[in-house]
Design a protein around this ligand. Structure first.
Ligand code: ADP
Length: 219
C-alpha cells in the first residue's frame, strides 16, 4: 500500500479515517498536531511556544514541527507504511517534506484532500471529544459517535475530554489559516500527479470506501 498524506481543514475526518486505515491495513498514523500536543507538558521553551500557538489556532514555527516530524519518520514502525495527518499545511512545509522524504525514504505516497464545508466542519469541531487515556474519538452532536455513557470512554472507561483549541474562535482561525494556505499545497501535489480529491458529503464509512477505491486504483 502507498503511504498517505491527508490535506484537510480541521474536523474533515483525517483522524477518523486514519484510525480505520491503521486498523484494516496496519499503517502507522503520524499526526503533527498529536506530536506537538505530546510536547506541551514538557515544561521547556518549545513547550511554551507550542501551547501559545496551538491555543490561538495558528501554525507552530516550522523548526519545531520539522524536528518532531523527522524523528518520528525515522522510527522503524514506519516501514509498514505511514499516514501523515496535519502536515504539510503550507507550500514551504510541502517543499521541506519532499526534501526530507528524498533523504530518509518513504517518498512513495499519494495525497488525499478531504474537502469539507465550513458549517459541517464547525459543527463537528465543537462536538468533538476524545478519550484522555486511549485517544478514542467521539462527537456529542452526532448520535452514532456519542459515548454510551456521557463523558466516559466506551473502550477503556476513562474520561472523555474536549481539546483546548476546539472552541468557536480558534476553529475559525484554524479553518481560515487552512483555506488560505491550502490551494498552493494542493496545486503543488496536483502538479506532481499525486493528488486525489474526496468530497466529504457522507458519513465516515462512505468516505472510507472512497479512500479504499483510490488506494486500490493507485498501485
Ligand atoms: P486540526 O487539523 O483540527 O486543526 P491538528 O491536531 O492537526 O488539528 O492541529 C492542531 C494545531 O497544531 C494547529 O492549529 C497548529 O497550531 C498545530 N499544528 C499541527 N500541525 C502543524 C503543522 N504542520 N505546522 C504548524 N503547526 C501545526
Amino acid at each position: 500500500m502507498k503511504n498517505i498524506i491527508f490535506v484537510a481543514p480541521p474536523a474533515a475526518g483525517k483522524g477518523t479515517q486514519s484510525e480505520k486505515l491503521v486498523e484494516k491495513y496496519g499503517y502507522t498514523h503520524i499526526s503533527t498536531g498529536d506530536l506537538l500536543r505530546d510536547v506541551r507538558s514538557e515544561g521547556s521553551e518549545r513547550a511554551k511556544t507550542i501551547i501559545e500557538y496551538q491555543d490561538k489556532g495558528i501554525l507552530v514555527p516550522d523548526e519545531i514541527v520539522v524536528d518532531l516530524l523527522k524523528d518520528r519518520l525515522l522510527k522503524p514502525d514506519i516501514t509498514n507504511g505511514y499516514i501523515l495527518d496535519g502536515y504539510p499545511r503550507t507550500i514551504k512545509q510541502a517543499e521541506i517534506l519532499t526534501a526530507m522524504l528524498e533523504e530518509i525514504g518513504g517518498a512513495d505516497y499519494i495525497v488525499i484532500y478531504l474537502d469539507i464545508e465550513y458549517e459541517l466542519a464547525m459543527q463537528r469541531t465543537l462536538g468533538r471529544r476524545g478519550c484522555s487515556n486511549c485517544g478514542a474519538n467521539y462527537n456529542i452532536y452526532f448520535e452514532a459517535f456519542k459515548p454510551k455513557i456521557e463523558g466516559i470512554c466506551d473502550s477503556c472507561g476513562s474520561l472523555v475530554v474536549q481539546r483546548s483549541d476546539d472552541n468557536e474562535e480558534t476553529f475559525k482561525t484554524r479553518f481560515e489559516t487552512m483555506a488560505k494556505n491550502c490551494e498552493p499545497v494542493l496545486e503543488y501535489y496536483r502538479n506532481l500527479g499525486k493528488l486525489y480529491d474526496v468530497k466529504v458529503d457522507a458519513e465516515a464509512p462512505e468516505i472510507f470506501k472512497k479512500i479504499e477505491q483510490i488506494l486500490s486504483s493507485d498501485q
